[in-house]
Design a protein around this ligand. Sequence first.
Ligand code: RM4
Ligand code: MN
Ligand code: MN
Length: 397
Amino acid sequence: MSETNAYELVVENLSSKGIDVGWVKQELKDQRVETPSWGYGNSGTRFGVFRQPGVPRDVFEKFEDAAHVHRLMGICPSVAIHIPWDFLDDWMALKAFADEKGVLIGAVNPNVFEEQIYKLGSFGNEDPGIRKKALERHYECIQVMRDTGSKSLSCWYADGTNYPGQASFVARKRYFEECFAKVYSRLNEDERLFIEYKLFEPAFYHTDIADWGMATGFCQKLGDRAKVLVDLGHHAQGVNIEHLVAWMLDEGTLGGFHFNNRKYADDDLTVSSINPYEVFLIYNELVDGKIRLGDRFRVDYLIDQSHNLKPKIEAMIQTLWNLQSAFAKALCVDRNRLAQARFEQNIVDAERCLVEAYHIDVEPLLRQVRTEMGRPEDPLKAHRESGYLERAIATRS
Ligand code: RM4
Ligand code: MN
Ligand code: MN
């Protein structure tokens, strides 16, 4: 089958369901996903770090790689930073460099978990001096936001305990509330605070913000600019993530995502590599929410993955590609028929609406969209043929 025919078949299929192909393509062109600076550098597990040739040596080179990926994909113009993993005296210099490369500084992530003082926690620490230090790190990050034009402060805490009795849950909860209130009060109208939760790890008995309910509780006490961030790897096995996404969309508390995938715990594997149907179901709720909420819909999409074995740039392209397909498939759901099936309480037909969309081959559609965006049809091939990595290996010794 020729390329044009493959695309026309998708168009025919969608049109026959009354789905506006122009809308689907526009949504795909407007899709935005932020990549993480830490996804471009060397990383590993607690058992060791495996170095790859040509990886960035500093934050500027991470931005260079991110700009290369954006040139190929056209959907990832911003890059999240992690402080002090990314450390600079002059953040405005990074902003100027990013401008020149055609990318933006995205979410700023304060790191309050690696230094020795945070052994027993940051905002949840019993020691007021350590809570103050953690607060200062957040204030420093807010200043970085102002210097770089970033609008979001994305917070995750390693806080928790390892043994029953080690600390008072309630005291720690209150310390968090106090600290969050201080951080929140420093944010401008157009700046947002994301609160990310995680069930376990590095703490093994309890985590201070263990799930989306607790994160929601903190956000609701703070106000409208505080939102929950869902990391796909941060739940107990079997948790229905698409359900909580729909729930938070309806409550207006969903702020964004850290996309990745897992088999066992917080594995940070390539999104869709283990459970692509789940990613599709999450996007299905997002599309549903977007149609329902219109202008009030605002969700930030970020990647939180570090590839220890795959080549970094290839893995990033593959991830973005997987997110494009999950979104495309979700846009192809026949929502009229789904509504009808639900109304008739026809379970089989309702489920089939989702399964059919999931099985559509959206590749011809993605190729068409990429061509219309002036991007290569096959970004992975384009990357491999670009000589970018070879040049990086030669210059970044
Ligand atoms: C956590 C969480 C955070 C990330 C850290 C490094 O598990 O996913 O988002 O910043 O890891
Ligand atoms: Mn995360
Ligand atoms: Mn994580």
